[in-house]
Structure formats: C-alpha cells, structure tokens
Design a protein around this ligand. Structure first.
Ligand SMILES: [Fe+2]
Length: 452
C-alpha cells in the first residue's frame, strides 16, 4: 500500500522521534551506572579511538542510491564496545556523528538527530549482546572469546542497517526488502569480511596502544580503498548506460525522458508481477536500453519524420530491436536475459510482432514487461502525430489489446496498479510544464494497435 506524501512524512518524524527518545533513555540509564574515576590509559584510548572514528567517517563514500554513505567507521565504533564502558562507547559514536554530520557536512537537523540516535542505540544493542554472551570490556586485558565478539559485531550491523533501511523505505516509498538489497545487498561480502576487524583493533590497542592502532589503520584504509573502487566501477557503468540513452533521446525531442519512464514503469509492473528483485533490476536495465539501436544513422531520418512511414521505412524501423540487442550484447554484463528482453520488446503476445514472431510464454518475460511499459509511455505523452491520451483511455486500450499485444496477466496488473496511475499522472504533468511550444501535428489516425 502506498501512503500519501504527508502521511509518510509524519510517520518519518514519528519514527525519528522514537529513535531519539530510545537513544536518550539508553544514555541516561548507562550514565547512571558509569564509573567516573577514569584511568589515563582509558582516557588515551578514548582519544585514539575517537580520532580513528572521525577519520574513518570523514573519508566515507557516498553511494549512488539515496543518500546512504558507506564507511569503515563501524570498525573503531564496535571496538569501543570491547574497550570501554557502554556509556563511553555510545558517547564516542555520538561525538563522531555530531562532528561529521553537524559541523563538517552541515546536514539537516532531522538527519543529524537520527544518525546520532541510531548510533547510540546500535552501540547500546551491541554492548548488551556483548555482555549477555559473557564479554567484559577492558583497556588493560583483551578477552579473546569469539562468541561475544562476533555477537556484538552482528548486533551492531543488524541494528544500524534496520534503522537506516526503515528510514529510507519510509522516505522513498520503497519496501523494506527492496531497500535492504539496494542499500546493503552489494556490501554484504565486505561486511562479513570486516567482522573480525573491530576485535583485532581492540586487541592491538590493548597490546600496543597507539602503535597498535596505527598498525591496523593502514590495512583498514586498504579495505576502504576496495569499497571505493567497487562503488566507482558500478557507478561509472550506470553512468555510461545513461549516457547512451541520452544520446538517442537527443535525436528525438518528442521522446525526451522516454527510456527512463519506460524503465520506471517496467520496474513497477515486474515487481507487482512478483518477479524476483535481481530479475526486476535486469528488466529495468533492458527497459532503459530497449531502443538504444536507434542511435544508428539509418534510423535518424525515420525517427524525425512526422508523416506516415513507407512500407520500406517501416521494415527498416522494425530492425531496431535486433540492432539494439546487438549493441547491448557488446557489454558482457548485459548479455543473456537483458539482451533477449531488448531483442523481443516488439513481440506481440498473439505472435504478430517482430523480429521473430514469438508468442505467449515464448516471449521472454522481460520483453513482455517492456512492451506494455513502452506502450504506456507512448500513449501518455505527446507525439508529433497526436496528443497524449487521458489515462482512462489508456486503460481502455490496455484492456482492448490484452492477449493480443500484451500479456493478459501484465495488462491486468497495469489496470489495477495504483503506483502506475500515480507515476503516469506525474509524468503527464511534467510534460505539460516542459512543453511551452505547440507542436504542428498531423491529424490523428485510428490506431491499429495500442502502440502508435
Ligand atoms: Fe522499440
């Protein structure tokens, strides 16, 4: 169920307030039991770990999804649970986030409050699990029992990721599972890999104090470097795809933003059809690139032509899915399901489409999804030869061509989807605002199919 923006916002404020109250209670209750006679070794430890946490947090990397950042700050913060009393470990977490978020990054107050509170709670949860499993914090002696060390690290990661995912899914209308995969899915391997590092850091501090920390800081920043390289690689791949799409759309002003919208509709339809997350993402990528072959010079004149196409021109235009699939296949990661979905995006469910005349379930599911998403956008935006159709007319067309042009199950999803209705209305309004010039249109002709 999709909540209206205002209710979602209210829910988000309520959620942040609840996390902040929880953090305040955790701080007060641990401060109560805190021993205030601090040894020099403990004070030095606090300074060293806080400094390391600050450097790690300041060098964190922005991820491409939402506003999430990925850093190695969890390593010194979890180590502080093994070294210091819970109140001081929480204070280190809070101080790190306060300096970075408020003083350096100057984030909005709601984000500062949320991030500090989430950190306090996550460290509180990690400390509780640590003690419950038999751990004892100390800067003088290192307890090598693996169970409390691993338990605390898992508790911390789980608490922070749950808190962040819940906030992101509330603010960006994604469901919990999808947000988890998008924000944390790719970093899971690194998280598992870095689980022993907080314990190792604590051990080195107990053993060699400052020198031990410096000895670990070097490999820590190597881990960070691997994070950064991986993220940059993923990001540049995504940006290259977007560049290819912008290149096609630059040739045809009428279809500006078309591929992005088709990808957006395809993602919703595929998700509502119950397709797995990984496959949904493949379909969305195929949808983004479905017409990429139109960058070839031979299609340029056909795309810009405002009148009716001759039979020869029509035949030539119908070769674009094959050319698009060939182009997409030149990138090794896009071969297979993505290239197939691109090749067959003009196949009709009844077998009358092109290029191979496939029918029914022989058409890859991704191609069937793109067919309906592509048509939705074609009908709800202005074209040289006709104005956008009202949404109710579009639904009539979808119903009329279900089982002929469209997979009837997917048509049914589009007819019932509230998300599609909302997205289409947003796209139509944006198009109205962005089109100050009236196009010189040819008289509308009666469509033989929903794709016109
Ligand atoms: Fe196409």
């Amino acid at each position: 169920m999709t909540l209206p923006h205002q209710s979602r916002q209210r829910l988000l404020y309520f959620y942040v307030s609840a996390v902040a109250v929880g953090a305040a209670i955790a701080l007060v209750s641990t401060a109560w039991n805190q021993e205030w006679d601090l040894s020099t070794r403990l004070v030095n430890g606090l300074i060293v770990i806080l400094a390391l946490a600050l450097v790690a947090e300041l060098s964190s990397v922005k991820m491409h999804i939402g506003t999430s950042t990925m850093s190695i700050v969890h390593i010194p913060l979890i180590a502080s649970v093994f070294l210091f009393p819970p109140f001081l470990a929480m204070i280190i977490g809070a101080a790190t986030l306060l300096v970075v978020e408020a003083l350096v990054r100057r984030k909005p107050i709601i984000k500062i409050v949320f991030n500090i509170s989430k950190e306090i709670l996550a460290l509180g949860v990690a400390a509780s699990v640590f003690y419950a499993l038999g751990g004892h914090h100390s800067v003088d002696r290192f307890d090598v029992e693996p169970l409390p060390l691993v338990g605390a690290a898992i508790a911390y990661s789980t608490a922070t990721s749950m808190a962040v995912i819940f906030a992101v899914s509330l603010s960006e209308t994604l469901d919990f599972g999808e947000t988890w995969l998008r924000v944390y899915g790719g970093s899971l391997v690194y998280d598992v890999f870095s689980t022993p590092l907080p314990a190792f850091l604590a051990y080195l501090y107990v053993w060699k104090e400052l020198f031990g920390v410096v000895a670990l800081a070097v490999p820590l920043f190597v881990v960070r470097h691997i994070y950064v390289q991986n993220l940059r690689l993923e990001q540049s791949g995504r940006e290259l795809l977007e560049l290819m799409v912008k290149n096609i759309e630059a040739r045809d002003p009428y279809t500006s933003g078309h591929s992005q919208r088709v990808a957006q509709y395809a993602r919703v339809v595929a998700k509502e059809a119950g397709i797995s997350f990984r496959h949904v993402e493949q379909i969305a990528t195929a949808a983004l690139l479905h017409d990429v072959g139109k960058t070839y010079e031979e299609y340029g004149a056909l795309i810009r032509k405002e009148g009716k196409l001759t039979p020869d021109e029509k035949r030539l235009l119908q070769s674009h899915p094959v050319r698009s699939a060939e182009l997409v296949s030149t990138i090794s990661t896009l071969q297979g399901a993505i290239a197939k979905a691109v090749r067959h995006h003009h196949e009709n469910f009844d077998g009358t489409g092109y290029p191979d005349g496939l029918s029914g379930d022989d058409i890859p599911i991704g191609a069937r999804v793109i067919m309906i998403a592509d048509t939705l956008d074609a009908m709800t935006t202005d074209r040289p030869y006709r104005q956008a159709l009202p949404f109710e007319r579009v639904l009539e067309e979808v119903r009329r061509f279900a089982g002929k042009q469209f997979d009837p199950r997917l048509a049914d999803i589009v007819l019932r989807s509230q998300t599609i209705r909302r997205l289409v209305s947003v796209a139509s309004q944006a198009a109205l605002q962005a089109a100050p010039i009236a196009f010189n249109r040819a008289p509308p002709s009666k469509p033989e199919r929903a794709v016109i």
